[in-house]
Design a binder for this molecule. Structure first.
Ligand SMILES: Cc1cc2nc3c(=O)[nH]c(=O)nc-3n(C[C@H](O)[C@H](O)[C@H](O)COP(=O)(O)OP(=O)(O)OC[C@H]3O[C@@H](n4cnc5c(N)ncnc54)[C@H](O)[C@@H]3O)c2cc1C
Ligand SMILES: C[S@@+](CC[C@H](N)C(=O)[O-])C[C@H]1O[C@@H](n2cnc3c(N)ncnc32)[C@H](O)[C@@H]1O
Length: 654
């Protein structure tokens, strides 16, 4: 899968229309553009009726090929707002190989001021758009956009969704024959269900025949403007084949939309927010006196992307997660809660320099690009021992602010000083107990207590490890305030927040004690010397007494494959019995339903990068719970699935 983003190359013609250099075709006709969209896509799929008929909390899923300027999306959202009940939701999934640059998008939007209420929110979040799955949340969560950046034939096979309505767009088949293929139509069929409908502008004979072959009943109808005829269809083919049972979707929760989230760090706050935006009443139980008191309580954390040039599941998760977090941060106050000051990763040794070379070749410069030492120094504002890779969209975040912001939803109730000791399932409800005291109950529970989730019997076998880490707080000086970006080597240092720099972080695999130690402050100061002796001097660290330094320690919570653990939980014993045959033959796929613990979900294992993975994992949990399109490719969702460990144990016979 390509990791290199290519933007749309657009020429604006004399009539002000965007013209694609890649496809030698126009995106839309200026005057009839909106009317064409309304006729070809909204009208043909009877979208107004569908929106009006949505039950409270139901979610209509629209899939589109070719997001382009987003006009179809804005028009669909406008119609949704006009027609649907207040509690209904819209999830729009679209694929785009060449996303428009920000300036071109803004210019296209100016053509339709009447759609500004729908296009401007997108523009406001149009940041950190990189290859793969990119999730957006609009209208307080009523509208979700999942933009798959890449070729439709690479991206759609990874989509896990049930699409209700297809907008089959994309440039004319004659100009874009690579897209209009049986492989694409097979994907549309795989993602459809009986009742799924489709609208398209083309009536090309072979497109119609291929769609019919894929299982769509197609009909030509009168068109609009220069298009004499257009086409619509309905899926009448077979039901798609399912995932292996251990990664299949559990039944979407029925009954009251009430959930408990245990833990109010990043994972818990973001899970609660993602559920609340989908109309759930969420009670968050936290043992401390407020949110973000443990790992998520550092004064500054870094938005640092540890990517792989090979497009691994972890790397895809990081790229999608980074985009999602960055878009959430746009709602927070810059300078106080976060800053997009960029992150500079120094090439501190030859191995790191080699790794950086591979990354620079694999990703687009707006995500990361190499800087020579003098350029890096100019960027950072301090003298440095080496150049490195610069991530212009990275920066630092005050994690408690992100937690607070996520919890600010009228559907969320945070209850502090509640230590859940025991979980019991009684009838349809999960009950959270503290000894003899029933704290709360709900049909759905999300366990978000980092490594503490193992105290609950269903999670006892999850291989989570705690790794203690300590940050050091350094008061800014006149000289240190020159630091303009986060700089990382083995450790990291950030520009000041509240006139203090955060310097981190130590790793201790053995200590269970959370009192900050002098030795680790000294270790952090040594990390600073490696980053920039000049900055260390500006901060006067040589004259500081490590025993008088301030900082805080907490536990990271890490899984063996460094991916988070996110998704539905199964009964461990029943699971090993149901799929025991895999121990003898790993290729078997027994037709035995997974013994899900109905309503029980986990969101944990965010390691050293919770700022990047936890918010998107909240969306992933909510998508599992609600049966919505998953916000990450199927392979990534499986790579994060709690069942992966039990499965590996069975296959390896351990
Ligand atoms: C020193 C250090 C530096 C880091 N630096 C960065 C960084 O630069 N960038 C980055 O992205 N990430 C960084 N991280 C990692 C990041 O902080 C974590 O990945 C993230 O905070 C994990 O969030 P969480 O919600 O899973 O866990 P936590 O924040 O630990 O939250 C778990 C919550 O659950 C509660 N809880 C647990 N059990 C129960 C129970 N039984 N009942 C009630 N409540 C319970 C806890 O009290 C806690 O509030 C760092 C971590 C450390 C320790
Ligand atoms: C006519 S435009 C779409 C118009 C769009 N729906 C709008 O509202 O502006 C077609 C879009 O399809 C995209 N596209 C074409 N072939 C593609 C492919 N193979 N994979 C993904 N996107 C593709 C193009 O880059 C272009 O943005």
């Amino acid at each position: 899968m390509s990791t290199l983003l290519q933007q749309a190359q657009i020429d604006w013609d004399a009539q002000g229309r965007p013209h694609s250099r890649q496809y030698d075709d126009v995106y839309f006709a200026v005057n009839e553009g909106i009317e064409e969209t309304r006729h070809v896509f909204l009208g043909q799929t009877r979208l107004a009726e569908r929106f009006a008929a949505l039950a409270p909390h139901a979610c209509l899923v629209i899939g589109e090929t070719g997001f382009g300027t987003g006009m179809n999306f804005y028009c669909a959202w406008q119609l949704f707002e006009q027609q649907a009940g207040a509690e209904a939701r819209l999830h729009f999934v679209s694929v785009e190989k060449y996303p428009l640059g920000r300036d071109d998008l803004a210019r296209a939007m100016r053509l339709w001021p009447e759609l500004a209420a729908y296009s401007e929110p997108l523009l406001a979040q149009y940041v950190a758009l990189h290859p793969g799955y990119q999730q957006f949340t609009f209208a307080n969560g009523r509208v979700t956009l999942t933009l798959l950046i890449g070729d439709v034939l690479e991206q759609l096979p990874q989509l896990d969704a049930q699409v209700d309505v297809w907008f089959l767009d994309g440039f004319a088949p004659a100009k874009n024959p690579d897209m209009w293929t049986p492989a694409l139509f097979a994907q549309l069929a795989r993602l459809s269900h009986p009742g799924t409908v489709l609208g398209t502008f083309t009536t090309t004979g072979w497109v119609r025949r291929s769609l019919v072959d894929a299982g769509f009943a197609m009909k030509k109808v009168p068109g609009i403007g220069k298009k004499w005829e257009v086409m619509n269809g309905a899926y009448v083919g077979a039901a798609p084949s399912a995932s292996p049972p251990w990664y299949a979707r559990p039944e979407a929760a029925a009954g009251p939309r009430e959930a408990l989230v245990i833990g109010a760090g990043l994972a818990g706050s973001c899970s609660a927010a993602s559920l609340a935006r989908r109309g759930w009443q969420v009670t968050v139980l936290e043992r401390h006196d407020g949110p973000a008191r443990e790992a998520s309580g550092n004064p500054q954390g870094v938005l640092y992307l540890k990517l792989s040039a090979h497009g691994t599941a972890l790397s895809q998760m990081i790229l999608s997660g980074f985009g999602y977090t960055r878009r959430q941060l746009e709602r927070l106050q810059r300078g106080r809660d976060w800053d997009a000051c960029g992150v500079l990763q120094l090439a501190f040794d030859s191995k790191e320099a080699e790794r950086q070379g591979k990354l620079a070749a694999a990703f687009a410069p707006d995500l990361l690009h190499p800087l020579q030492r003098d350029e890096a120094e100019a960027m950072a504002g301090v003298a440095l021992p080496a150049g490195g890779l610069f991530y212009p969209e990275g920066g630092w975040v005050h994690p408690p602010a992100l937690c607070q912001q996520q919890l600010q939803h009228p559907g969320i109730r945070l209850v502090t000083h509640q230590t859940v000791l025991d979980l019991r399932k009684v009838g349809e409800l999960w009950q959270a107990w503290a000894g003899e005291r029933l704290l709360a109950s709900a049909p759905v529970v999300v366990l978000a207590g980092a490594a503490e989730v193992r105290r609950f019997e269903p999670c006892a076998q999850l291989p989570l490890k705690r790794i203690r880490g300590q940050v050091t707080r350094l008061p800014a000086t006149a000289g240190s305030r020159a630091l303009r970006t986060v700089v990382c080597a083995q450790g990291y240092v950030a520009p000041p927040r509240d006139d203090e720099h955060t310097l981190g972080a130590s790793f201790d695999f053995h200590s269970e004690d959370l009192a900050p130690t002098v030795a680790e402050h000294q270790g952090n100061l040594a990390l600073l010397d490696e980053i920039s002796p000049d900055l260390a001097q500006r901060l006067g660290t040589a004259g500081l007494d490590p025993a008088r330094l301030h900082g805080r320690a907490a536990f990271r919570c890490t899984s063996p494959d460094y991916l988070p653990i996110v998704g539905p939980m199964a009964d461990a014993l029943a699971f090993s019995e149901a799929y025991a045959v895999l121990g003898r033959d790993a290729r078997q796929v027994p037709e035995v339903a997974c013994p899900w613990l109905d309503g029980l979900y986990v969101n944990s294992g965010h390691g050293s990068r919770g700022l990047i993975t936890a918010p998107l994992s909240g969306e992933l949990v909510a998508a599992w719970v609600c049966g919505e399109p998953l916000p990450v490719p199927r392979t990534v969702a499986e790579a994060c699935h709690p069942n992966r460990f039990a499965l590996r144990r069975l296959i390896r016979g351990k």
